[in-house]
Design a protein. Structure first.
Length: 108
């Protein structure tokens, strides 16, 4: 019997009080301070801080293991995180990414 894999898509808006917080970096450098708000948020996610930032919405797989971050997509005012047990294509019909969502509107 095939096992279902767990996937999660998270959208983080920039230009908000959440995204403008100073997320603690282990090696805070002058280079890091020069990054844009979107770049700092993306870097924090790649550094594994997403579970610290929003633990209440970070899903786990059937065995209780944390999902892995596979991709980060940048929009004009947001970043979208693709998380899952394995890197797998998502069903774009159910995506929360407005660029993907908009493309599928014509199919309805």
């Amino acid at each position: 019997m095939d096992k279902n894999s767990t996937q999660q898509e998270i959208m983080l808006m920039v230009g908000t009080s959440f995204s403008s917080r100073q997320w603690m970096q282990k090696d805070e450098t002058d280079e890091h301070r020069q990054l844009s708000e979107m770049e700092q948020l993306e870097e924090a996610c790649w550094n594994g801080m997403i579970r610290e930032m929003i633990p209440e919405i970070c899903e786990r797989d059937e065995d209780g293991n944390a999902l892995l971050l596979w991709e980060v997509h940048e929009g004009n005012t947001f970043i979208t995180l693709d998380m899952g047990e394995i890197p797998e294509d998502k069903d774009e019909y159910y995506s929360i990414d407005p660029y993907t969502f908009y493309e599928n509107l014509s199919y309805n």
